[in-house]
Design a protein around this ligand. Structure first.
Ligand code: SF4
Ligand code: SF4
Length: 399
């Protein structure tokens, strides 16, 4: 066995790349690195050639800043994949490269210490604990002081980390709506593990999804309702590996199927739908248009990631802002940007706080439900966590 863990992936990717160069033109990070995806696979193999130890490989990678740029600068947006006639899987390649980077100690701890979402504490759990946000009464499949464990639920609601932490009232309102549309709902307030994959802990992310499936199986549900397309994709893949007979549906499709009508009027002005990069074929975009009752030809923002993907902000802090600006630049002043993934909503809110523009930033559920995100409060609470009475504890937990 060689020094790199994922050489087989690089070999097989390299064998299918025709070196046409189309992928490079689709990506600012690949342009900056002056590499195609095939070049990345070859460079990963090259750093091992002639190396006698991990130290040699580590040094070879560190001496190749273009390779580091291409691997650490990836948002996992798949824009490049859409240009590849060989349908080469960029995520498979770069997730594996990150596994090798992680195991060689080439991803600094500050980049991932607060997002180990399979451990007792991560930034979302800490935020929820410090600010008294919990859902034990809604996680009916888990025994606690409120109830015995239920094995007769029919639908599980997975809000995802950002919605569960930063929109507790909205999360509860959605849950109550789902609960009213089925026999008995339960809440799966765990993470899908995407931040683990970005940090190079691929197996841990897959194990976390399988733990989620253990919970779903135990709950008896036949449907999992996801808000975020990324959670839906990861959970659908994990369910298929497990062979579990549980259908993954988007919240938008679930609400449409059950005849839900919005509790609010659509905002004034033009609406611009910001497609999630995890929504590869546009299914979630179509379903979101349908539940909102808007024309699917409504102007949409398709271009790449919001800036939050791939933990790029830990490697190149400015690129998250640039990416968010680039994506929101499609929406003219006076319009409303509507997101499908709550992490995109968070990312735009964060950017608009430091670079205000005359646009509204709304998750699509905010157009239908009474409860809204309060981003001023969220950012205040996120900032004050580190300086208040829990500051020292947080610093030590995430050191
Ligand atoms: S997935 Fe996106 S960020 Fe990553 S290499 Fe492809 S286009 Fe670039
Ligand atoms: S677009 Fe596909 S085939 Fe062409 S260089 Fe990129 S990975 Fe290789």
């Amino acid at each position: 066995m060689g020094i790199l863990k994922c050489s087989d992936t690089y070999r097989s990717f390299s064998g299918t790349c025709t070196e046409c160069g189309h992928c490079k033109g689709a990506c600012t990070s690949l342009v900056a690195a002056d590499m195609t995806l095939g070049d990345i696979a070859k460079a990963m193999l090259e750093v091992e050639r002639g190396a006698e130890s991990e130290d040699d490989v580590r040094l070879n990678i560190a001496m190749n800043p273009q390779l580091v740029q291409a691997v650490r600068g990836c948002f996992f947006c798949t824009s490049c994949k859409n240009t590849c006639f060989a349908h080469n899987d960029v995520c498979d390649l770069i997730y594996h490269a990150r596994v090798d980077f992680q195991s060689l100690g080439l991803i600094e701890r500050e980049a991932w210490s607060s997002v180990l979402v399979d451990e007792e504490w991560d930034i979302f759990k800490a935020y929820r604990a410090i600010h008294g946000i919990g859902y034990v009464d809604l996680t009916r499949h888990i025994a606690n002081e409120h109830h015995e464990a239920s094995a007769d639920c029919d639908v599980a609601f997975m809000p995802g980390c950002s919605l569960a932490a930063y929109g507790p009232e909205l999360t509860r309102e959605i849950f109550e709506t789902i609960d009213g549309m089925c026999e008995k709902a339960t809440m799966l307030d765990s993470c899908c593990g995407s931040s683990l994959k970005s940090a190079g802990f691929f197996d841990r992310a897959e194990n976390l999804c399988q733990r989620n499936i253990d919970e779903l199986v135990q709950s008896g549900v036949s449907q999992l309702v996801c808000v975020c397309p990324g959670c839906a994709n990861d959970m659908a893949k994990a369910l298929s590996i497990r062979g579990a007979d549980i259908e993954v549906v988007s919240l938008a499709a679930f609400l449409s199927d059950h005849g839900f009508t919005a509790k609010r009027q659509a905002p004034e002005g033009n609406l611009y739908l910001s497609k999630s990069c995890q929504d590869r074929d546009g299914t979630y975009l179509r379903q979101t248009c349908e539940v909102l009752g808007i024309d699917p030809t409504t102007p949409s923002i398709f271009h790449g990631c919001c800036g939050a993907g791939g933990a790029v902000s830990a490697f190149q802090p400015d690129r998250q802002a640039q990416q968010a600006d680039s994506k929101m630049s499609f929406a003219p002043d006076g319009s409303t940007v509507i997101t499908m993934c709550p992490t995109c909503t968070y990312t735009y809110a964060y950017r608009l706080m430091s670079a205000p523009r005359d646009i509204q930033n709304k998750h699509y559920t905010e157009l239908m439900f009474e409860s809204q995100f309060d981003w001023n409060l969220v950012f205040y609470q996120l900032g004050s966590m580190w300086s208040g009475e829990y500051g020292a504890w947080l610093a030590s937990v995430f050191a």
